[in-house]
Design a binder for this molecule. Structure first.
Ligand SMILES: [Zn+2]
Length: 240
């Protein structure tokens, strides 16, 4: 899954946990970001931008959110909630692991949204670094014998739903990859070879360089405004 889509799910989940209703589709959410022009600076920390509700009230809806500097948002909410306390609890390991997980209803995957290397989540457990899918297996299903690796039936490296994890060897994992076509996947579905692609690589480069308005580009290339904005913001055709 694209990191940007995960960010959407993560925000939706956090809002839910805080008891705030979240009535925005992924498309609405992305639209707010793209129109703000700050999508590339989305994040936490100085100089980064985040999505906030107007006056920090009401639900997350397209008309009740704005994109602002992260530091402004935290400063404001700190002064507003100065009496609120968030006690630091020592959660059991599995619950602590699941604090950084977003559950995807459609696929049943439990996607880790914390630190990751090559798509595989990383965390530490008992003072050692460990892959999050391995830790999930260890905590729920039990020991991982020497020489065995934890594989994904869903084929999503960042997933740690124990139901999607099984033990294998590097050899069975490689065979599994080939049988699922994972090795050849993405080679023909990208860019202009995609069955529904209207644009060529050359078109994409011209759109990115062009200073014409979005409306003019839509007419010139026969695609809609949202496609133009996604191309300009490198949300699609990322390999170019
Ligand atoms: Zn999964």
């Amino acid at each position: 899954m694209q990191p940007i889509k995960l960010a959407y799910y993560r925000q939706r989940d956090t809002a839910k946990k805080r008891g705030v209703s979240f009535d925005m589709s992924y498309e609405d959410w992305l639209d707010v970001w793209v129109s703000s022009g700050h999508l590339n600076k989305r994040g936490r920390g100085k100089g980064k931008y985040c999505m906030m509700r107007l006056n920090d009230k009401g639900a997350y809806t397209k008309n009740n959110v704005t994109i602002g500097l992260f530091e402004d948002n935290t400063r404001e909410s700190k002064s507003r909630n100065s009496t609120r306390n968030y006690p630091k609890t020592t959660l059991p390991p599995l619950e602590r692991l699941y604090e950084k997980v977003v559950k995807i209803t459609e696929t049943g995957c439990h996607i880790w949204v914390g630190n990751a290397v090559c798509g595989y989540g990383q965390t530490s457990y008992l003072g050692k670094r460990i892959g999050t899918h391995r830790l999930s297996y260890l905590l729920v299903k039990g020991e991982i014998p020497d020489g065995k690796i934890v594989c994904h039936s869903c084929d999503v490296p960042s997933c740690l739903n124990p139901e999607h994890l099984f033990l294998g060897t590097p050899k069975t994992n490689a065979e599994d990859k080939v049988s699922k076509g994972r090795q050849i996947k993405n080679t023909w579905t990208k860019g202009e070879n995609h069955p529904s692609a209207k644009l060529t690589i050359d078109d994409v480069l011209r759109i990115r360089k062009s200073t014409s308005s979005y409306a003019e580009l839509c007419v010139q290339f026969g695609v809609n405004k949202s496609s133009i904005s996604k191309i300009k913001n490198h949300l699609v055709w990322k390999n170019i």
